[in-house]
Structure formats: C-alpha cells, structure tokens
Ligand binder design. Sequence first.
Ligand SMILES: [Zn+2]
Length: 359
Amino acid sequence: MRSQTLEFLAALANSPSPSGFEQPAASVYRRYTEAFAHRVTTDITGNVIASLNPDAGCRIMLAGHIDEIGFVVHHIGEGGLLHFSPIGGHDDVTPVGQRVWVHGRERLPGVVGSKAFHLLDPDEKTKRPEIKSLWIDIGASSREEAEAVVRLGDPVTFQQEFHHLMGDRASARGFDNTAGAVIIAEAVRLLVEEGGLHPEVGVHAVATVQEEIGSRGAQVACYAIDPVTALAIDMDHATDLPRLNPTQDGDLRVGAGPTISRGANINPEVYRLLTAAADEEGIPYQVKVYPKMTPTDAGVMQISRAGVATGLVGLPLRYMHTPSETLSLTDLERGARLVAAYCRRIRPETDFRPGLSQM
Ligand SMILES: [Zn+2]
C-alpha cells in the first residue's frame, strides 16, 4: 500500500469518532480529499462530501461511514468514578479491564473497572457482565476532582490504535468503518489520477456520520445528493476462524478480496455491474448474501426519495465491534480499485430498473 494511503488509514483509525462526535475523523477525511477532489463540502449533520464533476446531472453516491462505536459519560459518582452508556452495538464483556481515553476538557486516560472475579457471588459468576455494572476510573478521588476535567456527555473510546500485524494484516479500533471511508476516498483519487470517469457523471464520496446509530448521516446526504446509484462500503464478518460454520455463517476469508453483496437491499443491475467490473479488472471478490435489509448505509439509500439503485461492497473483517478489528490491507486496496471500476462503468443512460437493462 502507498505510504500516503497507509498514513491516511492510520490517522483516520486513530481519530476518536463515536457517532455524533465525528469531527476529528471528519477533518482528517477533509484534509486528505481536498488534495485531489474537485469540491469538498461539509453538511449540517457533519457528513463530508468529496466530489468529482460536482455539477454533473448523473450522480453516483459512495458512502463510507466515519463514525465508530464508543461510549459517553452519563453520570459522575461521589467518589469520582464515571458511569457510561454505549454508543452503538457493543458486546458487554469487551470493555472489562480495558484502557480508555475520556475526551474531556483534555484527553484523559482511564480504566474500565468492574467487581473482581474473586468477589463475585456464585450466581454472578455464571452471568455475563453488563455495561451498566461497569465504571471508568480516571484516578479522581472525588466528584469535584472529576468534574474539573470531565463533563456529562463527554465521549469515550478504547485506547487501541492502528497496528501492523504479520504480512498485509493490520488491526485497529474502528476499522468498521475507517477502512470503508478510505476506500471511497481512494476510489476518487484513482478516478482523478487514472481517469476513465464519464464527463457527464459525478461522483460524491460521502464520509457519513451516525451510521452505527441508524444511518442518519447517509439518509440526509442521499436526499441532498439525489443520486441515480449509490454504493455503501462497510465491513463484513470474516468467517475463516475457529467455531464459525460456513453452512450457517457463509464463507468469507480475510485476504481473498472484497465482498460484493447480493439480496433484496441490492439493485440487480448494480450487482451485475460490480461483478463484471471485478471480473474484467481481475479483482478477486467474494459474494455476501443478505436475505433482508443490510445493517449498513445501503438500507436507507435504497429507499431515499423515489428509490436509488444501491449496492454494497465490503471487506471481510475479524473481531467486529471490538478494539482489535483485523483486516487485510490488500483487500482494502482491491476494494478501492473495484469501486473506481464501478464508477467508470456508469453512463448517463445506464438503466438500473430491474429487468429492463439493455445490457
Ligand atoms: Zn459499519
């Protein structure tokens, strides 16, 4: 991977960006895309839109959400301990014992406290901990001491940052969906540097906010952009791991290429164009089947206004919604090439109505 792309990925992954608090990640995305996009704008919800041919009448929207799951402080106890609520979907066991950053008046280190294993009642030992029974200890010894540095509503993130593992693997907090946001930015860069985009087709690559709490950013961005076709780029569960079962969970392998989704949430012509683009460009891909609406920005984009021809490109990701999400950097690069190749195939006359395409 190019060093500038790798630096962008790491900077985005290391930016704290729980849903509703995406501003640090948004400014990283803005700075990177301003170097090559024809126009970069920010809307009222905080979505950042990097556009090519911004005034073209035939519009493609690409959505890569920049929010991550996290926590928010909702109560400061007498003893200076912080009580917190989840932002987005967490496994309640994950925070136990973790180090966190509390993004207060300054960035404060903290640890997630819980009742020690030895002190649990026998029936407590058989139960999973719940987030409401945990707290954050920043070292303050009174409420007053804590209140001097932390306010109600301050966001909290795990401390884990971007790390290289062996080979082309990397791990970070929030690769869901830092990796997707990098893919859309890189697709725009490839279209600028390598060309091939139809002059009457516009691409709007949106770093969407608030996906983890219901795709709220994508909903307003899609209304505003009013695209004919849209792709969401998000993470899929890799299943090349112990205790997973392909007959139940599908067969998605890290390093075997990006995923192209198929199902009711996906326009059949978009699926056909994506797979044709991958085949013609020699990009390996894996098919992910969704029997219902996907839990991604594709859900709201498909039914925006009078309907949008929507597709979903993903990457196989291990350890989803933990601080150690793991993926292949090669898959990420292939994902960007695939999205750029899709955009090159769109013409103003492309007909996405199911069953009516002349192709
Ligand atoms: Zn996601």
